[in-house]
Design a binder for this molecule. Sequence first.
Ligand code: HPA
Length: 270
Amino acid sequence: MFENIVKTTEYIKNNTKYNPKVAIILGSGLGDLVNFVEEKEEINYEDIPYFPVSTVAGHAGKLVFGKINNVEVLLMQGRFHFYEGYSMKEVTYPIYVMKQLGIEKLIVTNASGGVNETFEPGTLMIINDFINFMGTNPLIGKNDERFGVRFPDMSEVYSLELIDKAKKVADSLNIAYREGIYMACTGPNYETAAEIRAFKTLGADAVGMSTVPETIVANYLGLKVLGISCITNMATGIQKFKHSHDRVVETAKKASENFCTWVSNIVKEF
Ligand code: HPA
């Protein structure tokens, strides 16, 4: 894998003049942040050697380089989900590439279901910890010490320093946010009501189908991670109607203005 990552990174470096230290993975319905990027350079996933290709509706697959508020950034527009059939190594491949590109700080974002009943659709939640309920792990397999240690520490998976910065920025902009624990399931089905009651007991505030694999690998590689989740719906059993992906994307789009303002100001503080 190391050799593939080196080749992928070479290709990307040859196709951009930028050298960002900050990367952002955009979740469902949160792609509008690309409109905040100036002097954009885009690379389609399908053109990048060894890069997986995204398939889900609503997930464009490209890397976007440029500047937000004069800070060089790399945006991943479209991520790879385990439920699409990618292996955990494929899901997290871009994180290895980011590290090789010189990225130091990663903002992971997603759409999720609210398990904490004091949330409401549209709530923006700083992720302060996760519960991996995917039943697997992206670090399973022979360990390559060039990347990281065999048994990586996960005691501060979301950087307290970055959380503090995100809070200060939100307060200065009068953007409301909550804080909580993100629980990841594989999907692709939404959870049952019984599962959500169980997850609540386990301490989850939000539930979703992404982000945790990328966060694990980012920590393994020594990146600092900030996580922001958009609660697009209340989880099964709390919400009284059935789920629809269209509504998830629609609610995320509504919250997107605050989200974009917030994140574009956070990167200035990094
Ligand atoms: N469950 C899992 N993933 C989600 C949800 C949900 O309710 N909403 C958005 N992504």
